[in-house]
Design a protein. Structure first.
Length: 232
């Protein structure tokens, strides 16, 4: 067209002030059970061609997430949900491997009957500390690697999935071959790397805790109905 071209100015990222100590949020609302969410500030992956220490840490954190909560035999399932001293009705993790802006390692759960959100918080952080102190086994690490690689391969059977992945990578500025290089990096992750990130990123200065404090429901309250015309 007739409009002259010009370079697009780089957007200066808005960064949070340095955090000192745990941040806590409590929400009171009518509910049947309490709910706990912990968010730890962690590094994100920004390159795969010449990965830095932060890039390797981001990948090791994602592996840690899968060891804690990646399958039916994962640590949270075995130690917090399906045992005699049941602490949680549910517990899960997720790590922001890459994306625009700072990323978070999320740990969430619903305390079991007779347990509090504080009990669950201590138990969840205790499991992460156990990894920091004792590490993980080669069997746990290999299980995660096998499942991750198999999942990536199966996703390639879908053209839609491939297009979705490529579009997401392009949108955040990563090369289109990132998935292939991630698998190469994943094969090199060691148990020592997983242990090190468990030590490094789960202190109070990286943590924000949110708790839903359940309140009694009003038996006379009318059930809420969504506005007409909304669809899923």
């Amino acid at each position: 067209g007739s409009l002259p071209t010009h370079p697009v100015k780089a957007i200066k990222p808005a960064l949070e002030p340095k955090q000192l100590g745990v941040k806590r949020i409590e929400v009171k609302t009518p509910a049947d059970q309490a709910y706990l969410l912990m968010a730890f500030k962690v590094p994100q992956m920004t390159q795969v061609d010449n990965p830095t220490e932060n890039d390797w840490d981001a990948l090791a954190l994602t592996v840690l997430s899968a060891i804690l909560d990646g399958n039916d035999g994962a640590r949270f399932e075995r130690t917090l949900i399906n045992n005699e001293q049941r602490i949680a009705d549910s517990a899960s993790t997720g790590n922001g491997l890459y994306g625009r802006g700072p990323q978070l390692f999320l740990v969430e759960g619903v305390p079991a009957n007779g347990k509090t959100a504080a009990d669950l918080e201590a138990a969840l952080r205790g499991q992460i500390k156990r990894v920091a102190d004792e590490g993980v086994t080669e069997a746990e690490l290999n299980r995660v690697k096998t499942q991750w690689i198999a999942s990536e391969i199966y996703q390639r059977d879908s053209v839609f999935s491939q297009a979705n992945q490529l579009g997401a990578l392009w949108a955040i500025g990563l090369p289109l071959e990132t998935k292939d290089k991630l698998i190469e990096m994943l094969r090199k992750i060691t148990t020592e790397q997983v242990k090190n990130v468990a030590k490094k990123y789960f202190g109070d200065d990286q943590l924000t805790v949110a708790v839903l404090n359940p309140q009694p429901r009003d038996p006379n309250a009318k059930p809420r109905t969504p506005p007409a015309g909304l669809r899923h």
